[in-house]
Design a protein around this ligand. Sequence first.
Ligand code: ATP
Length: 140
Amino acid sequence: MKKQFVVIGLGRFGSSVADTLLYQGHEVLVIDRDMSKVEPFMSTATLAVQADATDENVLNELGIRNYEHAIVAIGEDIQSSLLVTLLLKEIEVNTVITKAKDDLHGKMLNKIGADRVVYPERDMGERLAHHLDSSNLIEH
Ligand code: ATP
C-alpha cells in the first residue's frame, strides 16, 4: 500500500532512505537546507524542497501534519535534529524516526518523543556480524 513519508536531511543515510522509498512506489517529500542535496531529487521525489526544517512556518506551509511518517536524518547538527524531531511530534506526525550519532544524542531524542531512534553505523555493524555468525562461510 502506498504511504506518505517526509525525509528531512539528505546526507548518505537520508538520501538512501528516500531513494528506496521512492523505488518502492511511496510518496516522498524530501527537505534539505542545502540546495545541492535537493537537486538530485527534483525529478524523482514527489516534492523536493530546499528549506530549514527547524522553521515551524516551513513545516506548516508544507502541510507536514498530514504525513504519517517522518524520517529525520540530520546527524552532525544535533540542535537541528532535536528541534525538528520535537516540532514534528508537536504537530502530531504519527511516527517520527530519527537518526542518532551517539548514545547521548539518542537519549535526548527518546526524551523529546522520537518514536524510534536509529544508529545506522552501529545497527548495520551488528546486522553484518549476526549475518556472518549465522552464515556458512567457506574458510580458506
Ligand atoms: P550522513 O552520515 O547520512 O551522510 P550526517 O550524519 O553527516 O549524514 P549531516 O551531513 O550533518 O549528517 O546532515 C545530513 C543533511 O541534513 C545535510 O545534507 C544537511 O544539509 C541537512 N540538514 C542539517 N540541518 C538541517 C535543517 N535544519 N534543515 C534541513 N536540512 C538540514
